[in-house]
Design a binder for this molecule. Sequence first.
Ligand SMILES: [Mg+2]
Length: 212
Amino acid sequence: MTPAVPAGPRRIGLDFDNTIIRYDEVFRQVAVGRGLVPADLPPTKTAVRDFLRRAGREPAWTELQGVVYGPGIGAAEPFPGVLDFFRACRRDGMAVCIISHKTRVPYAGEPHDLHAAAMGWLEAQGFFRPDGIGLARADVWFEETKAGKLARIAERGCTHFLDDLPELLTDPAFPAIGGRCLFDPGGGCTLALPFPKVASWAEFGRLVGVAL
Ligand SMILES: [Mg+2]
């Protein structure tokens, strides 16, 4: 892969859901616990979603997401290499921020505060510890809409942005920055995209010039 490191200062923008935080096992655990899916289902979000959709249980899928992204979030884990990436950015003086599109409350079910849940997860994982990653809370943005997320990426002056959704990165309203990158940990994206895909945080580090 060709490193895509433009000259000048870099400011790395990062998506949150399914890029920094991995919910796969939580989706299966909560769904099995509620009797929605069989226990031998593969531990991935996609497997749970597809099972419920095939069963005609879209409302159950929507409600499940509210539980997993709210009270269930504590059981989610950082993707391998995420914490090392943030530490390396701090070591190298690289500016990073988290910019997420996340509604304040779920579309269905109990009105859990999803922004507070996500901030609580970051706190519990040590993102804000001054003697660790040292991320500032002011560098974490939860936007209520996709348009708000795209505007925030431009407003923060991100030179790079990593996201797991091709449709976000290819949105006509996406800011004109050089460093768009798809996070595709399963390697399942077969789309031909005009920017790189990475399968791991170590690979993303190499792309932006941060050694983990
Ligand atoms: Mg995402």
